[in-house]
Design a protein around this ligand. Sequence first.
Ligand code: TTP
Ligand code: MG
Length: 391
Amino acid sequence: MRIIGHVDMDAFFAAIEQRDNPALRGKPVIIGGLKHSPRGVVSTCSYEARKYGVHSAMPISKAVELCPHGIFLPGNMEKYRQVSEELQRIFASFTSLYEPVSIDEAYLDLTETYKKYSSLWELGRAIKDKIRGELGLTASVGIATTKSAAKIASDLEKPDGLTIVLPSDFDRIIGSLPVGKLHGVGKKTAERLEKMGIKTIIDIRKVGRKAMVSTFGKHGDWIYNLAWGIDPRLVEKEHTRKSIGRETTFPRDTADPEVVIKALDELCADVANRLQKRGLWGEAITLKLRTADFRTTTHTLTLKRPVAAKEDLSEGALLLLKKHWCRNESGHAPALRLVGVSVSDLTDVKQMNLFESHPLTKIDLLLADLNKKFGPGVVTTGNIESCEEKD
Ligand code: TTP
Ligand code: MG
C-alpha cells in the first residue's frame, strides 16, 4: 500500500500578495486585472473575496460588479513562480518522489517518509508547518492511499486543511460526495450521470461496471474503479509532464504584427526559462491564437530534435504564426485577443546529456519539417507581415 499526499496552496497568488503587503490581509484581493480597465479574467482571489461569489476564470468586469470594494491587482507571475520553486524544494525535503501538477499543487509519495513519523496526522502537520514556517503561506493537504482520494481530500477542508482518508474511511468521507469530485468526471459526464439518477460517488457503484462501460466506454470503467477507491496511478517525477506553456491576453485586441511578435517573444522566453529550470526539452511547439470573436485555434510544429532555447521556441512560434495568422479577403490579419505558446513531447535533460553541451536545434531543421508538410518554399524566414498562404 502506498501513502500519497496531495498538497494544494490556498488562494495561492492572492495569499502571496497578502503575505507581502500586510495592508491586504483580511481584505478581498482579486488577482488578474485592474478595476478601472476591467479586461481579462480573474486568476484567483482571496477567501475574503470568494464570499462575494468571485472565483477564478470569472471576467474581471463581473468581479467588479460583485465586489466593487475589492482590491484588484494585475499579479506578478515572476514572483509566484519563484515561490512555486521554493515550495518544490520543501516537497523535495520530504520525498524525492513528488510530482508537481500545477504552480501550487503536487502529489507526494510519502510511503517511505511516513516510517519516520508516528502518525499520518503528524506527517501532514509537519508538511503544513514547514510550508507556513518557510513561506509564510497556508497549504491544504490530503493524505490517502491513491492519487484520486488524496486530491479530493486536500480540497475538503480548504483553506488550511488537513484531511486523511484511509481505505476504511473512504465510504464515509468520500462516498457521499457529488460525482463531479472524481478526477475525470467533468461537467458533461456529471450531467449525464445525474440524468441516470447518479448523484454521489457511491451511487456509481450501484450502476455496476457493465452499465458504466456501455454508457461511457473505457472512461466508464475508469470512473467505476475510482468510485471503489481504485486508482493505480503512481506519483511520477515531473519530467513526465505533458507540456509547459504560457499564454497572454492583450490589453486591447490587436492586429499589429509588432505587438504580437513581441508578446510571442516574451512568452517563448518564459517557457524556455521554465523548461531549462526543470531540465526539460520539448519536441513539439504549439501556438494558440484567439481572435477578437473568441475563435480559438492551436497549431503544432513537430521538430526533429528536442529544443529548450528561447531562440528555437521563438523561431518555431513565428513560423507557425506566419503560417496560420493570415490575411482575410480585405487584406487584414484578424485582430488577436490572446496568444499562447506551449512545448510538449518533453524529455528529461538527464537522458539528453547536459544542456550546455547539446547543440541547439537549427532553424533549418524547423524549416525542413514545415516544408515537408506544406511543400517546399511555403515557409521561409521572412517578415511576418508577408503572410500570404491560406489554409
Ligand atoms: P488553484 O489551486 O486552483 O487556486 P488557488 O490556489 O488560488 O485557490 P484554492 O485555495 O482554491 O486552491 O490555482 C492556483 C493558482 O493558479 C491560483 O492562485 C491562480 C492560478 N490560476 C489561474 O491563473 N487561473 C485559473 O483559472 C485557476 C483555476 C488558477
Ligand atoms: Mg490552490
